[in-house]
Ligand binder design. Structure first.
Ligand code: FPP
Length: 251
């Protein structure tokens, strides 16, 4: 971290936040483009500020004791954006991972990549793998970077994995159930999402963690991603702590 870095290292928030901290928070970082447009700036400027929001939010998750935080950085549908924005987002993701991996490592964060390989820039995959290796032994908060990720793609890939087991005689089709499918997800050991936060006021899931969101509490926050950070995360966690979760049962 350089001395000009405005991101404060993780620190513990109020007890109320720590008590409410969910095991798994998922975040749809939305609104970078609109934030920039509202200021007469190119969309890419919004993404650049979004890096600071990402780091501050992860610091907030570490401080609060969140076990896993999944960040939607690039979806399998984001390839539909203009070639120049896609090119920017690829180079930007590669650079963010390269520049921030060491700092995240110092915070005890374990970085994991979740997503599909095809189409993803080789240089992005290289940085993701290097960050995974660097932080593999860390036992703190796990940061799941969802890059070239799609919820339907993940479920389809899991179904293909099961079909292969049937085809090769390692499994009977009749043995397939929710548990066996879940074992074929990209990060099968990670628990379901407890709290999903989407910034920028849009109220959509956008193909994020479709399987893992089954019983998540949803928080659609009315501020753009570049204005989000640890304080906003802690506010969301505190509100989560007051929710009644029944998982299909009764109180
Ligand atoms: C959505 O805003 C945001 C993105 C598509 C990219 C967000 C990614 C980061 C902030 C960090 C990436 C970093 C790593 C480590 C991989 P939008 O463009 O959809 O905004 P809009 O809805 O206002 O157009």
């Amino acid at each position: 971290m350089s001395f000009t870095d405005p991101i404060a290292p993780p620190f513990r928030p109020a007890e109320e936040v720590c008590r409410a901290a969910p095991q798994h928070v998922a975040v749809i970082m939305d609104g970078n483009g609109r934030w920039a447009n509202a200021r007469g700036l190119p969309r890419t400027e919004g993404h650049k500020v979004g890096e600071l929001s990402l780091m501050d939010t992860v610091a907030g998750a570490v401080g609060a004791g969140v076990g896993y935080i999944s960040m939607y950085a690039f979806s399998t549908e984001n390839w539909r954006r203009s070639p120049s924005e896609v090119r920017f987002l690829m180079g930007y993701s590669r650079d963010v991972i390269r520049h921030r991996a060491q700092q995240l490592n110092e915070w005890g964060v374990r970085i994991r990549w979740v997503g599909r390989e095809p189409r993803l820039w080789k240089s992005v995959i290289r940085e993701l793998r290097a960050a995974e290796q660097l932080t593999a032994a860390n036992t703190g908060t796990q940061l799941l970077l969802c890059v070239n990720y799609g919820g339907r793609a993940e479920i389809a890939d899991a179904a293909r994995g099961l079909a292969l087991e049937v085809e090769t005689g390692r499994r009977k089709a009749s043995s397939i159930n929710e548990k066996s499918l879940a074992r074929h997800l990209y990060a099968a050991d990670v628990p379901d999402v407890d709290l999903l936060i989407r910034t920028s006021g849009e109220q959509r899931i956008s193909n994020f963690l479709l399987w893992q969101l089954a019983y998540a509490e949803l928080d659609f926050v009315d501020i753009p991603w570049p204005d989000f950070g640890r304080e906003a995360l802690w506010k969301s966690i505190t509100a989560f702590g007051r929710r009644q979760r029944r998982f299909g049962g009764t109180n």
